[in-house]
Design a protein around this ligand. Sequence first.
Ligand code: SF4
Ligand code: SF4
Length: 426
Amino acid sequence: MADYTKMWQDLGLDIESHEALLSVLGKAYADIFLVQKNRPEGMKYFDFVMSEVHGLRIKEIMDAKAQGRIVVGSYCTFVPEELVLAVDGVAVGLCAGAEFGFEAAETLLPRNTCSLIKSVFGFKLGRVCPYLESCDIVVGENTCDGKKKAYEILAPLVKDFYVMDMPQVKSEMGRKLLREEYRKFMAKLEMESGKEITPASLKRGIEIVNEKRKAMLRLNALRAADPTPISGLDALLINQVFFHDDPVRFTDSVNKICDELEIRVKDHTGVAPKGTTRLIVSGCPMAVPNWKVPMLIESSNAVIVGEESCVGERSTRWLTDVKGSTIDEMLDAIVDRYFNIDCAIFTPNPSRVNHVKEMVKDLHANGVIHYSLQFCQPYIIESNPVEKELEKSHIPTLRLETDYSQEDTGQLKTRIEAFVERLKKR
Ligand code: SF4
Ligand code: SF4
């Protein structure tokens, strides 16, 4: 990687802490990803993106800012990239996945806050995230209680923190609220960027994001093959890069790897032998560099064939209808698309478990690992009925609750191995 110290200094990063973080991440990446056998050639692009995730990509973002484009960061898949692209902005995901700066975070938050929220604070207080520091607007959404209350504390620490309200029920009123919030967000984007959203610019935004999602749907479908042509770790990585990369280049790179995977499927080439135990992981999002559980699963004689998560199918399924020609019609189509998202903040939330069942069937999975972050009430509480419903449908399910530390890896590994053994005996 070139020397980006000056750029990081200009962004106000704590250079020493940032270097320490990058060196831990670089080592973890090499130990987890680069040691995998028989990886598709197309993963080289994603390895490169990861090696430059705080370097070249940030430089591109800074260049975009210098050309007058705004940078909009968000923590949730409910924030539509289509709208940001409609003002020629750059959308970046900020969901933090590392155990960094938790001590500092706990001076502002209760200890029993989920790791994801603590990580958001750790990154901000420790000044180690160049994405967060390059944002012109940071969007917080009133989803779970943890996030919405934590945002009250985060807001004064961030230059322009914008809160989007969110429905909690899939009702006509809920849909109206989401539409109104997206409408207000459009006005905010227009004001900050000084650019008007036109039918043409909105259509372009929708088309770019649709193409990105289509490429991901293609990738997901290819994982139905046995042997599976790509590891769950690599597929998760692509899902993580989804939130950071330039959308058009990302789409091209995913389509390229899909071309390669199609050949692998035809040739019956896979990353694990045919008949390896196949699992779906369902639950909380796994933001970069949260790779612990997938790494444990794939080193236990199993392969992950799908992610029912916001860093997974909850973000990539459903396209936005492009038939509309007015802004109102297109906004309706965007609301229709996003209102499908079956996050556990919704009550009730039956479509989520139905989707897990569909994934098990379509991807020929043998079982489901339900993944919750400790103290995440929505997903932990929902994990009980999800497990019951899956087991009722004869889908073996293992519920895991963990955090970002490495302390429980031994215990998790034992439970995962026992689960895989149980599936093999069926
Ligand atoms: S799990 Fe819910 S709150 Fe978290 S990113 Fe997904 S939609 Fe947003
Ligand atoms: S993991 Fe759970 S508690 Fe944490 S931010 Fe996401 S929904 Fe909220």
